[in-house]
Write a protein that binds this ligand. Sequence first.
Ligand SMILES: [Zn+2]
Length: 437
Amino acid sequence: MKTRIENVTLLCCDLAQHIYTNSSLTFENDRIIAINEDVPYDICIDGKNGILMPGMVNTHTHLSMIPFRSLQDDLPDRLRRFLFPLEKEAMTQRLAVSAAKIGVAESLLSGVTTVMDMYYYSDALAQVYDSMGIRALVAQTIVNQNMCDAEDEREGFNIAKTFYEKWVNHPRIIPAFGPHGTTTLTKKTLIDLKAYTQKHNALVCMHVAEMDDEMAHFREHNTTPIEFLNSIHLLNSNFISVHTIHPTDHDIELLSQHNVGIAHCIGANIKAAKGIAPLKSFIEQGIRVGLGTDGPSSGNTLDLFVQMNLVAKCHKVHHHDRKLFPAKEIVQLATMGGASVLHLDHLIGSLEVGKKADLVLIETDSVNMYPNHDPYSLLVYSANASNVHSVWVDGIQKVNNKHLVDYDLKQLKDECDLESTLFNQKLHQINQTLNIT
Ligand SMILES: [Zn+2]
């Protein structure tokens, strides 16, 4: 089946950042076969002067944390005082699954076609992502405490290995490893994890140089989280360093030397008052960077338009430099940047013949999209998720006319509500403990 989308502005997001107005793209099954070329087709879609771009790539999230959204957003030390205890008590596999479905829905409806998800119950979540048709890297979270699906880090690591071996050959779901953080696992487990993941060439994502107490812990030992990871040889091109808000110049050199990728989650970082990661230095050092929303409990949204807007504004004001990070560069971070962090840039991240048909059509009829002088600028400063008209993953349409093709959003929310009884009880209890009414 060949589908042609015409009458669009094509933002190719390839290396040369080609942009073509009044153009067309044709895909056959899961691959792009023609750009601005008249080839035979079976179906023709009128893009109505919209913007056709590659599907966006969310390099860090925890989709199943939907139930935590808007809870205790302003609580100091929220992770340890609120999130970890509630998650341990109340996050069942059934709730994680029903929440993940809403996370996928929100991602697709906002033009995200690839997510790097890090959570518990990885096998069940991978089945959700597989059946809903999103492209996903799924990392089992490993943490050295009794959590919802494992007693400790050893059990978590075993779950991760079993999960990895089951899914390693799947065409669209890529299993990975998610050691939680530099102070939430023992050195021994990290060394074992290094040996296993390097032997299997597996991706590892980890929260790094994020928390104040994490930085203080390593400072006491006269080192940094990144120097520590380097000392156990965990840093390599398969390592995705999430957040990385507080690296030293030497840390940035290490990240560059070892070709580490970075998931930059500006919205979550500034909301929690953690700081602004040195994105300018990362890029100057040639480090691969993509954008991430973090979980819906941390960043409250799975929308990369929000992240693009914040990247522009936060880094410009931080450096007091208006010309820093033009919109064109920021759209590149949300597409090819993310694809390259996940080592998927040969398949996705740009509109090029031979690449996967992961496509997003943004309408320009809405009042906030008028006039269309500069599509990059529109995407970064004016657009929002409600402008996403259609989405395809692997050439299969997932969103049409701003609605999910295969799912009813109300049904997904009802299903999640049904699974939330225990969560709501435990939430009430923990709020009482914290003296929050
Ligand atoms: Zn995270």
